[in-house]
Design a protein around this ligand. Structure first.
Ligand code: LMR
Length: 341
């Protein structure tokens, strides 16, 4: 009889594990659809004191599902225990925004959490842990986190902008009357906020430039861009809470993009550390940019990107917003006194 050889179990730490996003994500992770059908996993779930019973409930449901790849489920409220030997850390737990708020309005409340979790990762996680920050404002939270984890390479930290990429692909596909898988090379530049830049200059539909397929420049500049920028806010208005299922899907997509080789000629968007970027974007920020991966968990920035005036102006605006957010959390990154404008 053939004996199946299993890969070494990987440890996946998830914060906010009793929340809505995690409730969708954890079962995808356990099913094998993210890391692969031959990759056993251990889930280390971080919750809060307040949510501890809910966390116990989540663990019970995971256990009762008898996932063959799920080798261990551990729960806790201390990041120094839960993040022990983590190979991946999916940092979801944070206060979400409510109707009418900007994501930056959460800087004060959530920044502290990510400083603490950065310290904990630095102390106990695998030295090559890959970190995906989902809690908002995710770019600046990721910057805070990496500044508090000097032992972990800065390039291992990501802010989730894959949801924006997916939203942008969907809108272009609907407008062009094609299935979404015909839309490729979709970059989201900058902040996961209303200044984000969905790049229709470099994106492609069926291999052609977007402008060749959608000849309505006004729609692209105004309606399309705004729709993508405002999508999260509109969803909060409709649902009364922020997106959960589609966010979980996009976290799964973001991980898959790092653990499988990027298809020839294509790329994906993720918020990563800007130092050494070839686009002239300010250094020392976490900024969404186009990336490719050979599937080993790492990535490189895409070089052959074109810019025009419109795109450059928009990028400068989202860059300015991130620089302002950074000044406002200087006390959490070890860079002096905070100044919020
Ligand atoms: C989203 O984009 O749906 C999430 O980041 C939640 C939010 O605040 O918009």
């Amino acid at each position: 009889e053939e004996t199946k050889s299993w890969k070494k179990t990987i440890n996946i730490a998830v914060s906010g594990a009793a929340g809505m996003i995690s409730n969708h994500l954890l079962f995808k992770l356990a099913s094998g659809e993210v890391f692969g059908a031959d990759q056993p996993i251990a889930l280390k779930l971080l919750g809060s004191e307040r949510s501890f019973e809910a966390l116990e409930g989540v663990a019970m449901e995971l256990e009762d599902s008898l996932f063959p790849l799920l080798r261990e489920v551990k729960i806790g409220i201390n990041p120094y225990e839960v993040f022990q030997d983590a190979d991946w850390a999916l940092l979801i737990g944070a206060k979400p925004r409510g109707p009418g708020m900007e994501r930056a309005g959460l800087l004060d409340i959530n920044g502290q959490i990510f400083a603490e979790q950065g310290k904990a990762l630095n102390a106990v996680a695998s030295p090559n842990v890959k970190v995906i920050v989902v809690g908002n404002p995710c770019n600046t939270n990721a910057l805070i986190c990496l500044k508090n984890a000097p032992k972990i390479p800065a390039k291992n930290f990501h802010a989730l902008t894959r949801l924006d990429e997916n939203r942008a692909k969907c809108q272009l596909a609907l407008k062009a009357g094609v299935f979404y898988d015909k839309v490729s090379n979709m970059t989201i530049w900058g902040n996961h906020s209303t200044t984000q830049v969905p790049d229709f200059l470099n994106a492609r539909i069926n291999g052609s430039t977007v402008k060749e397929v959608i000849k309505d420049q006004k729609w692209l500049e105004a309606e399309f861009t705004e729709k993508v920028q405002q999508r999260g806010g509109l969803l909060i208005k409709k649902w009364g809470r922020s997106s959960a299922a589609s966010t979980a899907v996009s976290i799964a997509d973001a991980i898959k993009s790092l653990v499988t080789p990027t298809p020839e000629g294509d790329w994906f968007s993720t918020g990563v550390y800007t130092t050494g970027n070839p686009y002239g974007i300010a250094e020392d920020l976490v900024f969404s940019m186009p990336c490719r991966s050979n599937g080993d968990g790492d990535y490189e920035l895409v070089k052959d990107i074109i810019f025009d005036d419109y795109l450059q102006k928009r990028i400068t605006k989202t860059e300015a917003e991130l620089l302002a957010e950074k000044r406002c959390v200087a006390h959490l990154t070890g860079e002096g006194v905070a100044f919020c404008d």
